[in-house]
Every structure is written in C-alpha cells, then in structure tokens.
Design a protein around this ligand. Structure first.
Ligand code: 5GP
Length: 144
C-alpha cells in the first residue's frame, strides 16, 4: 500500500485497541497504547500507537495527536532504557509499503540495541509470549 489509501478499521492494531485481538500491553494513557511487538527485531521491541486515530501513517495524523503520541513514545523509551539498559535505542516509523510499513494504523517502533548484537529482520520470528510478558512487566515498572 502506498501513501494514499483509506483507513481500514479492521487492521490488526485497531483490533488490538478494541480488545478483539490479544497483545502484551506495556502502558496506556488517554492518548496512546504501548505493547510488545510480537515479531521483535530486538529484545524489548515495543510499539506505541495513538488510541483515537484513523491515521494510517505519520503524514495523515492530526497535529493535535502528534504531540501526545511523541510524549508517549519518549515516556516508554525512557522506561525501556531504565528496564533493559540497552547501549542504544532506535525510534523509527515507516510510511507506505516501499518504506517498510506493513500495518496501516500509525505506530512508532522503540527498538533497544546492544553493542555486538545484530538487529533482527523486520516482522519475522514470533516471540515467546511468556517472555514478552516478562519484558512488558519490566518496562511497565519503570514508566515514570
Ligand atoms: P510496520 O512494518 O508497519 O512498521 O510495523 C508493524 C509491526 O507490527 C512489525 O514490527 C510487526 O512485527 C508487528 N506486528 C504485526 N502483527 C502484529 C500483531 O498481531 N501483534 C503485535 N504485537 N505486533 C504485530
């Protein structure tokens, strides 16, 4: 899907938001939901999505939603750092399939990185749910 298109309310993240599909949740406030990526590129790979949004990508989001979304991203990224002590953190976001986007509800990736540990492939290799729950609990405990 290119940058043009229509928001599909049946997309997987919309279904997670409505509680129709399971997810390992990390943090939630009035504006954002953070949950573990089920095909993580690194240990602790977390996604942050706006809750009240029909933006498929960053370009479509309202200015009013961008601020609270990025505040949520920073808050969760700080908790990821405090919980997992990575050497670096990638914060990234893809717009349109040529850019790597596969799910069309706006989302931001928080990917911890450690020296000498290669980045996993995007969207491949399903994580163990119990392990994700453990990581989510660690991160959640550090939300300030
Ligand atoms: P995108 O490629 O659109 O930037 O990122 C979508 C992300 O969602 C990928 O990293 C992929 O691993 C993740 N993902 C896809 N389906 C699911 C799912 O059902 N649950 C969770 N938690 N993550 C998913």
């Amino acid at each position: 899907m290119s940058l043009d298109g229509t928001y599909d309310p049946g997309n997987i993240f919309a279904r997670i938001l409505r509680g129709e599909m399971p997810s390992v949740r990390v943090f939630e406030d009035d504006h954002v939901l953070a949950f573990m990526d089920v095909f993580p590129q690194a240990r602790g790979h977390t996604l942050v999505i706006p809750k009240h949004s029909t933006a498929r990508n960053f370009l479509e989001e309202t200015p009013e939603n961008i601020g609270p979304l990025m505040e949520g991203v920073q808050r969760v990224a700080k908790a990821v750092r405090a919980a997992l002590n990575p050497d670096g953190i990638v914060i990234t976001q893809f717009n349109g399939s040529p850019a790597g986007q596969t799910v069309y509800h706006l989302h931001v990736h928080i990917i911890p990185r450690w020296e000498g540990v290669a980045l996993g492939r995007h969207g491949e290799g399903m994580a163990d749910v119990e392990e994700l729950k453990g990581l989510a609990a660690q991160i959640s405990a550090k939300i300030a």
